[in-house]
Design a protein around this ligand. Structure first.
Ligand SMILES: Cc1ncc(COP(=O)(O)O)c(C=O)c1O
Length: 364
């Protein structure tokens, strides 16, 4: 059997043969009943697998995670109100950029990448500015591997009776997201990260009781008109041509997630992250963050003196492992290793061995 490439980037991920095979379910016109059934099946599985069937609905959109994020951000703030964006990484910054592109009035609370947001600043911002309607935050800031304290943020937002919009693109299915306790009104996810499908379809999960508020907001985009997508999908239609084959794969990936259970997957990823982190410590690698601040799914590590990312990446790729660079001002100083997708324990073990080999080549 040919050795496969193991993807240690935070998505797209290695998927199972079962999900890959679903791509070949056949040709389909999106105006046929089979497509209606497919969309209905995915939407039903999404809310069932996260156990939010009673209070949440969903909208699927073809495109990467940013498409669903743009749809959620652009549709969720009333014209006379304002967004509060918590920015402690590239993806928080992206939310702010989307809000600005759509001309939304926005206040940004900015933190050094890797630092936790100051909860009292969020509290004060909401106390002092009644115009803020929606608080927008990234759950797992993939830039650094930091898991933002979503439960504490949700408590503040809801105490002030505001709406919480969460980018959980890299955390949904990988880290704990307590929907019943935290009740985020709007959550953005994608198929090709912890859900273990293919890139090309993403989604917004919404609390049903926040929909009437969103429906009153005039659309700011044709393609990303969130309530119009919900309405069409509720009627068994799609607004535009969906990426059908990746929907097939998402449908199967959700079936697979149901079999594993969300709690089971979160545990599997957590075990893998712990195993890798012990290995990184044995290799004397330095973590960018305190261990307790990391998500279950990604570790950011400082490049040792004399080691360049490009050579490390290329040496590991030759051995079958794809690692991930730092972004922005961290691009020269860190590298990242994600542990999501269908990766076997022996592959993690082999990665640690090969990482040790590649680091010692550069140390010579
Ligand atoms: C937290 C987060 N938000 C948004 C995105 C953007 O997703 P996409 O590249 O699928 O548009 C990513 C991608 O890694 C991410 O990790």
């Amino acid at each position: 059997m040919q050795k496969r490439v193991v993807l240690l980037n935070p998505g797209p991920v290695n998927v199972t043969k079962r999900v890959e095979s679903a791509l070949l379910r056949g040709d389909l016109c999106h105006r046929e009943k089979e497509c209606t059934d497919l969309i209905a099946s995915i939407r039903e599985k999404l809310v069932k697998v996260f156990d939010i069937e009673k209070n949440y609905t969903s909208a699927l959109v073809s495109g990467s995670g940013t498409a669903a994020l743009e749809m959620a951000v652009s549709a969720s703030v009333s014209s006379d109100r304002k967004a509060l964006v918590i920015n402690n990484g590239i993806y928080g910054e992206r939310i702010a950029k989307i809000a600005q592109c759509y001309g939304l009035e926005t206040k940004v609370l900015e933190y050094t990448w890797g630092d936790l947001p100051q909860l009292d600043e969020i509290d004060n911002a909401l106390k002092n500015d009644p115009k803020i309607e929606v608080v927008m935050v990234v759950h797992h800031e993939t830039t650094t591997g930091l898991l933002n304290p979503l439960g504490a943020i949700a408590e503040i937002v809801h105490r002030h009776e505001r709406v919480l919009l969460v980018d959980c693109i890299s955390s949904l299915g990988g880290d704990e997201l307590d929907f019943s306790l935290w009740q985020p009104e709007i959550c953005v996810g994608t198929a090709n990260k912890c859900v273990q499908g293919f890139p090309g379809v993403s989604f917004v999960l919404m609390k049903k009781d926040d929909l009437p508020r969103i429906e009153k907001i005039s659309p700011r985009s044709l393609y990303f008109d969130l309530p119009a997508h919900v309405k069409a999908q509720d009627k068994g239609n799609t607004l535009f041509t969906p990426a059908i084959q990746v929907h097939y794969a998402l449908d199967e990936a959700l079936e697979e997630l149901k079999d594993e259970t969300v709690a089971g997957r979160v545990r599997r990823y957590g075990k893998a992250a712990n195993f890798l982190r012990q290995g990184f410590q044995s290799l004397n690698l330095e973590f960018l963050l305190p261990l307790e601040n990391y998500s279950n799914t990604l570790t950011s590590l400082k490049l040792p003196n004399g080691v360049t990312y490009t050579k490390l990446h290329d040496d590991l790729k030759e051995r079958g492992f794809v690692i991930y660079a730092g972004q922005g001002n961290l691009s020269k100083t860190i590298f990242r290793i994600a542990n999501i997708g269908d990766i076997r324990q022996e592959e993690f073990q082999e990665l640690l061995t090969e990482l040790g080999n590649c680091l010692s080549i550069q140390a010579k």
